[in-house]
Ligand binder design. Structure first.
Ligand code: UDP
Length: 140
């Protein structure tokens, strides 16, 4: 297995409930290292660009409104097989289907307000990381 980096967002439902540390504890316990992190308020344009792949979906407008409704914590996570590992640690998109112990099972409020984002491929991780971090902000 390769050492990879993935991009993570702790979403507004989680920051609003003061769960940043609790989510980070799950991430670190899984063996992923937080090598970059900052709290930001995404602009509408940033959220639309970030979720452009979903722009034809019926939930797109609501999703952009949700992602800009409060602060998020953007992160770069590093570790063995980090992309797939973090998808496992997050759990299914719909918390009703998420496995025990996953971030979404533990913390998500709904299929939309589901507490965490994680990249779905190494290539997408690179694109997403570059949207939020300069190279010198990532310290492995
Ligand atoms: N989402 C939503 N309604 C849906 C499906 C997805 O609001 O029916 C939101 C949810 O916040 C999800 C995000 O859109 O995390 C991106 O969806 P995707 O299918 O890429 O799921 P993910 O990769 O985040 O598990």
């Amino acid at each position: 297995m390769a050492i990879e980096r993935t991009f993570s967002i702790i979403k507004p439902d989680a920051t609003r409930r003061n769960l940043t540390g609790a989510v980070n504890a799950v991430i670190e316990k899984a063996g992923l290292r937080i090598v970059a992190q900052k709290r930001v308020l995404m602009t509408k344009a940033q959220a639309e660009t970030f979720y452009a792949v979903h722009k034809e979906r019926p939930f797109f407008g609501d999703l952009v409104a949700f992602m800009t409704s409060g602060p998020v914590v953007v992160q770069v996570l590093e570790g063995e097989d980090a992309v797939a590992k973090y998808r496992d640690v997050m759990g299914a998109t719909n918390p009703a289907n998420a496995a025990e112990g996953t971030i979404r099972k533990l913390f998500a409020e709904s299929i939309e307000a589901n507490s965490a984002h994680g990249s779905d491929s190494v290539d997408n991780a690179k694109v997403e990381i570059a949207q939020f971090f300069a190279g010198n902000e990532i310290v492995g």
